[in-house]
Design a protein around this ligand. Structure first.
Ligand code: NAD
Length: 385
């Protein structure tokens, strides 16, 4: 058995933890770029506290999922203002924006130099600026991953800027920050965490540390996600989801993902839909296809099959649940959370062959437990419509 495990230098988790971020930031830099999502008001008080602590604070807002041009503009701003620290405060979009800006601020050339799939994928020459990642959604785990997902409108695809050097310096997770999430965003982002846990659990690169994280994350997310969506002020459910999201990030950064993310990457570049909602619609169909492919390959002992059954028991809380029960539970959850089909976000049947071709080239496909044919991927997408 051989494996390695890397994560952020330091992880702080707990209600009220945001208060600590100011003193941590003061240790790391004196001039910060505070990167937020489309609503910078949520970080208003935090920005004031940074300034009160003597940290000059510039603000930069990412309007949606980060695009190449926004990352480039943020890096120019950080460089011109001689920032020595980047703080991401928001959902995965703000955190990925912050991580990419911290890297590009000190590395030469355009963003594409370092992008996978559509760029040159070159390694970063210099360590990024110190970066503090503070999530306000519970879904992506980006606070502990080594990639930033960036959208290219020109190529109609979302791809990663990935480097072991991009692990944030500090991950600061305060579940209280997620109390304001409305039901739809709670549902979509929570399904992203659930998908990441399930895909990392059956990934071909899973290891004993990621397994332990996935088991714990699944056991928490199963009961907590419906509760957090139904009762947004349930702090215990929010805490479990923040933990499940953190664990999903730790797991995916070290074990990789699978076909759901292989399809969701290009899909997110082709249509405008919340990443977690797209993942949710694909998830049960990918699991069904993987189970079918592994069973028809006459691999009844493939460890992914036993893992799907174990995941079903963890999610449902029933010691007798089977793989099929787990898939049924997921279908029921998606109905309960009112997550619409892919056509709702603008995917047409005509666009499916192009999507399938792009998905087959995605890096996440390589760690899916079963290789899937074009026909199998097409069937998954059509069922998720
Ligand atoms: P997001 O960051 O796009 O935020 C979704 C919405 O929630 C936005 O409108 C935002 O303003 C709002 N919001 C954020 N926090 C809020 C709060 N506390 N209260 C109310 N509203 C709030 O969504 P996301 O799902 O967190 O991130 C999605 C992005 O992350 C995608 O681009 C996805 O590809 C990427 N991602 C990255 C990784 C990684 O490892 N780097 C992993 C998974 C996903």
């Amino acid at each position: 058995m051989h494996f390695s495990f890397a994560t952020a230098n330091n992880i702080r988790f707990g209600t009220g933890m945001l208060a600590q971020a100011v003193s941590e930031a003061a240790q790391l830099g004196r001039r910060a770029l505070l990167v937020t999502g489309r609503n910078p008001d949520r970080a208003h008080d935090f920005g004031l506290r940074l300034e009160k602590a003597g940290i000059e604070t510039l603000r930069f807002s990412i309007s949606g999922e980060p695009e190449i041009e926004q990352v480039a503009a943020g890096a120019v701003l950080a460089r011109q203002a001689q920032c020595d620290l980047v703080i991401g405060f928001g959902g995965g979009s703000a955190l990925d924006g912050a991580k990419a800006i911290a890297a590009l601020a000190v590395n030469p050339g355009p963003v594409e130099t370092y992008l996978e799939v559509i760029g040159q994928g070159q390694p970063l020459q210099h360590a990024p600026l110190p970066c503090i990642a503070i999530p306000t959604t519970a879904g992506t785990g980006s606070e502990v991953t080594r990639n930033a997902v960036i959208k290219s409108t020109r190529h109609k695809v979302k791809v990663s800027l990935r480097s072991p050097r991009m692990l944030p310096t500090w991950a600061l997770v305060d579940p209280e920050l997620t109390l304001s999430l409305p039901r739809g965003i709670t549902a979509a982002t929570g399904c992203d965490a659930l998908t990441q846990l399930l895909e990392a659990f059956v990934s071909t690169k899973a290891n004993p540390i990621t397994d332990a994280l996935c088991r714990e994350g699944l056991a928490r997310a199963g009961p907590a996600l419906p509760r957090a969506a139904a009762q947004g002020n349930d702090l215990a459910a929010r805490t479990d989801m923040a933990l499940a999201s953190l664990f999903s990030g730790l797991a995916l950064a070290n074990a990789g993902l699978g076909a759901v993310h292989g399809i969701a990457g290009p899909l997110g570049g082709m249509i405008e839909g919340p990443h977690g909602a797209l993942c949710a619609r694909l998830l049960p169909h990918v699991i069904e296809a993987n189970i079918k492919a592994l069973s028809s390959n006459k691999q009844p002992r493939h460890c992914a099959l036993a893992r799907y059954a174990q995941a079903a028991r963890l999610l449902t809380g029933s010691p007798r649940a089977s793989m099929v029960d787990g898939v049924g539970w997921l279908h029921q959850l998606i109905r309960q959370l009112d997550i619409p089909g892919l056509h709702h976000w603008g995917l047409s049947v005509e666009a499916v062959p192009d999507l399938v071709a792009r998905a087959q080239r995605a890096s996440s496909m390589k760690t899916n437990p079963a290789p899937l044919t074009d026909n199998e991927v097409t069937e998954i997408v059509l069922k998720a419509m």
